[in-house]
Design a protein around this ligand. Sequence first.
Ligand code: SAM
Ligand code: SF4
Length: 329
Amino acid sequence: MPAPPTDSFHRKIDYLRLSITDRCNLRCSYCMPASGVPKFDHSEILSYEEIVRLAGIAISMGISKVRITGGEPLVRKDALSLCESISKVQGLRSLSLTTNGVLLSEFAEGLLAAGIRRINVSLDTLKPERFAAITRQDLFSRVWAGIMAAHRAGFSPVKLNAVIMCGVNDDEIEDLARLTFRFPFDVRFIEFMPFRQLDHEALFIPASEILERLSRVGPLEPSGAGESNGPALHYRFKGAPGKIGIISPVSDHFCPSCNRLRVTADGKLRTCLFSSDEIDLRGLLRQGASNEEIAAEMLVAINKKPEKHQLSNPVFRKCISRPMFSIGG
Ligand code: SAM
Ligand code: SF4
C-alpha cells in the first residue's frame, strides 16, 4: 500500500470518518434540536455503492483506518452489508464504528462478523432518567444491554464516550470512571464542543477539571494508547482492567497531530471538523469522474487542511455551519 498522504503541515493523513446517515433514533440535546431537523432526501445521501467506491479510493491513496459514523449509523438499512463491503477493501487496516448503542444488542455479533473490530458507544450518564432528559428518549436500558452485548460478542476494548457538561452530568465523572474497575472498557471523557445547540459557556468543563475530579477516585497512571487512532490522553487506575481517556478538543489543540478526513452522509469531504470548507465528492461521483480524478481532488483538499481550528475565537464559534449529527463527530 502507498504511504499515507501528508498535508502542508507534514501531518500524515491516514484516517477517514465516513458518515453514512444524518438520521438518528435519539435527539441528544447537545447535538440536535428537540423537533429534529430537516432530513436529507434519499437521493442526496450517498448510496452504498458510492460510499464503498469512495472508501476504496481513499484506501488506495494510503488511508488505512476507516470509522463508520452518523447520525446513528445502525438506523441505516443494511448497515452490516456496507460494513462488510468496506472491510473487504484491500489495504484497509482498521474498520471501526461509533454508535449510540440503541440497536447494538441486535447488531453486536453481526458487526463483528462484518469486519468491525473496534466500537465506540456514546454514554453520557448511568442514570436512566437523566439519559432520557439528555437524549429525549427513555432508552438507557437498551443502550446498556447493547454495551453488554458488544462486550460479550468480544469487542475489546469497548470504548464508552461521555460528553461532560457542567450541571448536566459532571457529577457522574467519578461513577463513569469507576466502570473501569468492573469492566475492561475504555471510558473516555470528551469536552463539550460548541455546536450552537446549547449555551457552551455555561456548560463547558475543561479537561483539566475533569482530570482533577478523576483523581478523587484514585491515583491515575499514564497508560499506552493501544491501537488508538485518536487524540485521547490515556490513563488507568491501579488494578483496573479498563482505561480512562481524556479528549480535549476545545482546551487543548490536538490539531498538530490531526490525521483525519471526514465525509458527510451527503458526500462532502471535510478536512477539519470546525471548518466549513467542503469538497463535493458526490457531485464528482455523479458527474462520472474517474477514481484518479476523485483522488486528485481529495489530495487538493488534504493540502488545504487548516493548520488548526479557531474555537477560542467567539466570532468563529458563531459561524460553525453544520451541526454534529450532520458531520459525524
Ligand atoms: N450517533 C452516534 C453516537 O452518538 O455515538 C454517532 C454520531 S455522534 C455525532 C458522534 C459523537 O459526537 C458522539 O459521541 C457524541 O456524543 C459526540 N458529540 C455530539 N455533539 C457533541 C458536542 N457538542 N460536543 C462533544 N461531542 C459531541
Ligand atoms: Fe444522535 Fe449521536 Fe447526535 Fe445523539 S450524538 S443525537 S445519538 S447523532
